[in-house]
Ligand binder design. Sequence first.
Ligand code: ZN
Length: 453
Amino acid sequence: MAYSGGKLPYETASKLGHLNVVQSEWVRSLIKDFEASKTELDIDSTIWTEFSDEHIKPLRNIWAVDGSYVKVASDNFPPREVAFVKTALMVLDKARIDKVDKKYPHPLILQDIMSDSGIFHATVFPLKNIRTKVGSNYTKVRHIVRDSIKIDSEGSFYETLKWLAYMKWDPKQKNPSPSFTCPHCHKEIPGLSYDLDEDECPKCNGTVFLTDMIGFHLDMSEDSAPESIASAYMSIMEHLMLFTAIRLSWHHTDKNLLNESLFIKDGPLTLRGQYSKLVPNIRAFLEYAKKQGRSIHIIGQEKNGVFVDHLSTLARFVSPKEKGEKLNYAILSHEYVRREVYRAPELTNPYGRKTNWGEKVYVKLDPKTYIVLNVPTGEYNEDDTFPYNINDLIGFERILATLPGLISHKHEGALFPIGLANAIASMSSYPSAKILQRFFEEYDKKGGSCSIK
Ligand SMILES: [Zn+2]
């Protein structure tokens, strides 16, 4: 551009008035909104509630899962592309977390925790221009997905996939898997029969794997796979790792173990698009657990996106505004999400029906710390005013009583266990440890205390 100084020659902002478009009432309103900042009067304070943790015990066993992925391209032509995906699950005793300085954690203490409390999973996907003798890119990715899930941690994650797909928590049912699209003939398969790892497609007789049900092949062409395969795999593995901890706790002889545990996922409790096949089953499990009177404490923390942006515009108008004041939380109904966050009153589907297995909650812990959480409710309720109150969010009172002890004061609004899981998931290598097995062995040995040491 041939001008400098930030303004067009012979023109200032106030002369915008000469533009015809400003005569539009819509444009005028846009400019007004743009110029006005949010004020205390705009804030719907009725949704905020003060929380008192008197007589509520914090949870003892803290699990956290996080993942990362990176695309790597070669320099030669045509560039070959692969994606590395890494995920990590971490378990910590609350007493051990309490001992860590959340502002200046000692590096040796962190190293100590990380070296013996995490489970690491990693795999690699061919994206473009990778030629091998064992078949097309399409076939390769399908096999890598199956083998990666199946081989690691002696099949624990794969067993969790089967547990979710066939709803194995209920011993009386022998459910088929969710239906899916055949990777060969692309026709809909009603689902694999109970407990099968693979079967023939009833339409084309091609071999289909249980892992095809997840839907990776729907994202691919014969020759190449998009980067979204890596992010989808990361999200699926985060779910499978977290639910492995939940599954093992659920079936443990000591029923109190699950009751005393908090499971934290980085990011929303969401499986998007075709990857949402497991969402109804996850909700069904949480509903089943609720009916059995067993609380499963799960949260997902959103660290970016529309909810974080929205909360950041209103957080300063909400209590606690002074140090020492009590924590406040706001449960967002579907109607509130549409009206205030998305500003789209006419969504065709009820909010989050297909993809979400948690509802949105804002929490402000102290004058500077506020976070966006997802919390499960069990079966989906499409009522616009749902969730109605704290009793709809599974185990939320004990979750709230636990949160203040988990906040990292090194990074704004970060949960300390997620930070550790993230550090492990970002490492280039991590010693494989049989943490799952050790956790449950130690727990039994110590009669209900779980610090792995
Ligand atoms: Zn077929």
